[in-house]
Each structure stands twice: as C-alpha cells, then as structure tokens.
Design a protein around this ligand. Structure first.
Ligand SMILES: Nc1ncnc2c1ncn2[C@@H]1O[C@H](COP(=O)(O)OP(=O)(O)OP(=O)(O)O)[C@@H](O)[C@H]1O
Ligand SMILES: [Mg+2]
Length: 376
C-alpha cells in the first residue's frame, strides 16, 4: 500500500518506489554490476536522476546480504571532511544494534565518538564532530576494515565523486585507489555529472583509477514511461492530466527529470479531486516555475560581463537546440565577433556553473534560467 503524500510528485528526495518513475532496466543493470562484484561509475547530465537511481536500488534492489551507504561529497574540500561524512554514515547505519556498535567502536579507535541512547526508541546514537577526525587516513582505514569484515557485503556510494580532484590534500586519487584496491568485498558506486572530470579519473591510462570501474550512462526517462507514471499518480488521487500537457513539458525540458517533477508537482495542484489538468495549463506552469526564481536570475544575470550576457542570450534563444557555439552561422546570427571571444565567454560561464561540459557540448545547467533568458 502506498503511503499517501499530499503531492505525489516528489522533488529532491527519495520516498519509495511508488513515487519513482521507471528506471527498471537501469536499476537491474546497477544491481547486476553490484552482485557481480564490480565498482561502478554512474554518469549523466545534471538532474537526470543519478542520485535517485542509487537511492532506489539501495532501498529496493539488494537483498539483506547487503548493507549500503551513500554520501554526497559535493561540499567536501579535503579528505578529512570526506572521512567525517563517511564515518557519520557508517556509524548511523551500523550503530542500530548494540553489538554492531560495540564492534564498530572497537575497530574505529582513532575517533572518540560519544554514544547516547534515543529516549523514544532506546537505540544507540553516535555523536561525531568534524574535530574528532584528527588522522583522517587512519580513520578511513579503520572504517574500511570495519566494512570489509562485516558479515554483510557493504556497498559505498560516493556522489559527486569528481570533487576529489580538487581536494586540498592533493594526490587523493592515488590514495583512494590504493585503499580500494586492497578491498576484497566492499564495493563502490561513484556518481557525478562532470563528465570530463570523471572520465579523466577513470579513463586516463596515466591515472590511478584507470580501468577500475564499469561505466553506466543514464539517459532521460522515456517520454511514454513518464506519461504513464503521471497518469498513474494522478488517477491514484482521483485526478486526471492530459498526455499532451506532459508531453509538451517533457519536450520543453528535454526529459530532464528534475524539471519534469517540478512541473508535475505544480500541475498536480491545479485540479481538485475529480478534476482535470489540461494542456491549457502549460504556460501557467512554466511561468510559475520561472517566476519563483526571478530574483535569483536577475542577480545571476547582472553579475555577467556584457560579452557573457550576449553569448548566453544567444544560447537561450537557440534552446532547446544546441548549435556549435563557434560556428560561422552562430557567430553571424548573433553578431558575436570572433570564435575565440566566444570561447573565453563560454569558459567563464562554465566556471560560474552556468554551462556544463557534456559530450564535448556546452549545455546550460539551469533550464529555468534559460527559459527566463528567453523572455528577456
Ligand atoms: N525515476 C524518477 N522518478 C521520479 N523522480 C525522480 C526520478 N529520478 C530522479 N527523480 C527526481 O528528480 C530530481 C533529480 O534527480 P537526482 O537528484 O537523482 O538527479 P542527479 O542526476 O543526481 O542530479 P545532480 O546532477 O544535480 O546530482 C530529484 O528531485 C529526484 O527526486
Ligand atoms: Mg545527484
């Protein structure tokens, strides 16, 4: 029986499989890799559902013989912060039973964790502060040893893994690779969207992680699957939605899951129980999404140089097409002067996190920002 949410189009978290659209083949493949003892790297463009897929598989796809851990290292600047995150996750998951907790504390001796007991459930809770991680490398060894000697197979997912490249410690790849190489049982799932960085880590023969993972490439959910999903959820709540509306929103956002979920979350609010949401709501939904971020967009736009503005407006005007930005046609159409000045602007826009490099093509990261610019 599905837990009833007030709005079934969930954004930014994983609730349960009922609210998760399709990804059956991808989930099956990820499980297949895991049960066959392979480390995996999941890549896709931004916001297509990498994290969601990992959460979905961790919640539903593996037997009780597996214990799973998921950390997002996007905000980590060094090994210490990463180890802190991992330690917290491992302690949280493994401390549920007194016997496991005792074992954990026996092994992970380099940190002094404080133990308290939840007054409601009586379960032990471990308190750990970043300052407790004094020797991150040793703590990491201890944690990995703990996972290796667990009676379950442990799977550790590291989201936004490309971040390790910019860790302050330096040489993080060699260090992590060496540690992982010595593990016999514990498995890793790496995920991220910065393709050139990830491919650099895993596909460059000169670098430590070369050839150490299988790649999984996530594509958009198929349009028909997403339509079916919307129909199912609307009808569960005794509402209906037109296929044409979902289809147009899908095209507008090129099937990028995050925007589809945002759109449908809003669409869902537009009908009472028993009501219908039709194609006529399309503009309302887009305006609503763009309006909610208008101030942010104004600031973001104001912070650009004139050249960057011109290039970005041209990209927005072309969206959803993505022309070659340095082609003669593009330059002429938008009166952009030289290819090299475009390249400079594009580089700056990439550094500002406005464009992303994927398959060698530059793509806007925030599609709502692009829609807003289209109106500009
Ligand atoms: N199969 C799905 N069905 C329904 N919602 C999903 C599905 N996959 C992802 N989502 C939702 O879409 C949004 C984007 O997904 P997610 O965060 O997993 O993408 P991501 O590829 O990890 O993004 P990022 O590049 O920002 O890390 C989230 O709100 C998530 O809850
Ligand atoms: Mg993610």
């Amino acid at each position: 029986m599905m837990k009833e949410l007030s709005n079934p189009f969930v954004i930014g978290k994983y609730v349960s499989k009922e609210y998760f659209c399709d990804r059956e083949k991808e989930a099956e493949l990820l499980v297949h890799h895991i049960v066959n003892g392979r480390h995996i790297t999941v890549m896709s463009e931004r916001r297509l559902g990498k994290t969601g897929l990992v959460e979905h598989v961790f919640a539903n796809g593996l037997s009780d013989d597996y214990e799973t851990f998921l950390i997002d290292i996007y905000t980590c600047k060094n090994l210490r912060e990463m180890v802190y995150m991992l330690a917290n996750e491992v302690f949280k998951k493994l401390a549920r039973k007194q016997s496991l907790l005792e074992r954990l504390l026996r092994i992970v001796r380099s940190v002094k964790a404080t133990i308290s007991y939840n007054i409601v459930t009586g379960e032990p809770e471990v308190g750990l502060a970043i300052g407790d991680i004094v020797q991150p490398e040793i703590t990491l060894d201890e944690i990995l040893y703990c996972l290796e000697t667990s009676d379950k197979t442990c799977v550790v997912a590291m989201d936004e893994f490309q971040k390790i490249v910019s860790f302050e410690d330096g040489n993080m790849e060699a260090l992590l690779r060496t540690k992982i190489q010595h593990l016999k049982k514990t498995q890793f799932v790496f995920a991220g969207s910065e393709r050139h960085l990830l491919e650099g880590i895993f596909s460059d023969p000169a670098r430590p992680f070369y050839n150490s993972v299988v790649f999984m490439q996530l594509l958009p959910i198929e349009k028909q699957e997403y339509i079916k999903f919307c129909q199912r959820l609307f009808s569960h709540y005794k509402k209906s939605v037109s296929d044409a509306l979902v289809s147009r929103l899908y095209d507008c956002f090129q099937g990028v899951t995050w925007y589809l979920q945002l759109s449908m979350n809003e669409a869902f609010t537009l009908a009472e129980r028993g009501g219908h949401v039709g194609e006529d709501c399309y503009d309302h939904i887009l305006n609503h999404l763009v309006d909610s971020k208008r101030f942010t967009f104004e600031d973001r736009y104001a912070a650009l140089t004139e050249k960057q503005k011109t290039v970005l407006l041209a990209i927005a005007a072309e969206y959803p097409n993505s022309p070659t930005l340095t082609s003669q046609d593009f330059i002429a159409k938008y009166k952009l002067k030289t290819a090299s000045s475009i390249q400079t602007a594009v580089k700056a826009l990439t550094e500002k996190g406005i464009l992303n490099d994927y398959h060698g093509a530059k793509r806007p990261i925030d599609l709502l920002f692009i829609l807003w610019l289209k109106q500009y």
